[in-house]
Ligand binder design. Structure first.
Ligand code: DX5
Ligand code: ZN
Length: 219
């Protein structure tokens, strides 16, 4: 049984002081930092790119769990690796050749994740499950924090868990979007071992990050 990890999304942080915010996350017990990169094309929002990640790198020793909601993604992978990403997660719909993009991330010695939107089927990635380190299941349509959790995606997590056990694979299962104190247990029970959370971590309990992370870990 994998330990439950929390990867807070900086999309809900105060963007005027991101360096201080990621230090708060580290001090509050975050296991890694979820960096939502959006290009205003793959998703209807625009956030940050490699220069910001590079600037943040020296402020935090935690792994940067970089979620690339950009398309086309392949030609930008190296820039995020160079900027300091530790895990690079891409969407299958954002690349012409998912196998090639996975190989590129691995050749750059980074952990590779693949993300499925709520309407994206597992069949898109089953042939690659033995090559990747993480599957990121979106429980909202990507683009914005603070959206409502979509419980129907839990079936995909259960399906992934079953494949993982049948094929004796070891990828992490991360869930992303609308995670809060009410639904974190059903997400974990379904098989997720990494929870992404922005709004709940930064905004609940008067912004008590340590308390919010502990509560999400069911402590
Ligand atoms: C949405 C992002 C999510 C989101 C999570 O496209 O990928 O990481 O920021 O934020 P909350 O926890 O507020 O739903
Ligand atoms: Zn994300």
């Amino acid at each position: 049984m994998k330990n439950i990890q929390i990867s807070p999304s900086i999309l809900s942080a105060d963007f005027s002081k991101l360096g201080i915010e990621i230090k708060r996350l580290e001090e509050g017990g975050a296991d890694m930092i979820h960096v939502d990169v959006m290009d205003g094309h793959f998703v209807p929002n625009l956030t940050i790119g490699p220069p910001v990640i590079k600037a943040l790198r020296k402020h935090c020793s935690l792994k940067f769990d970089v979620h690339l909601m950009i398309s086309p993604v392949h030609k930008y992978i190296e820039a995020y690796a160079d900027a300091g990403a530790d895990i690079i997660t891409i969407h299958p719909e954002a690349t012409q050749n998912l196998g090639e993009s996975i190989k590129t991330i691995k050749d750059l010695k980074k952990k590779v994740g693949v993300s499925l939107n709520p309407e994206s089927r597992i069949e898109l990635i089953t042939e690659f499950l033995d090559q990747i380190d993480l599957v990121l299941i979106m429980s909202v349509n990507p683009g914005f924090g603070g959206q409502k959790f979509m419980p129907e995606v839990l079936d995909k997590i259960k399906q992934l868990k079953k494949i993982q056990q049948e094929k004796n694979l070891n990828f992490d299962i991360e869930i992303d979007g609308g995670i809060n104190f009410e639904n974190c247990k059903i997400a974990i029970d379904a098989g997720a071992n990494i929870l992404v959370s922005g709004t709940t971590v930064f905004k609940s309990n008067d912004g008590d990050i340590k308390k919010n992370i502990d509560l999400l870990k069911l402590k």
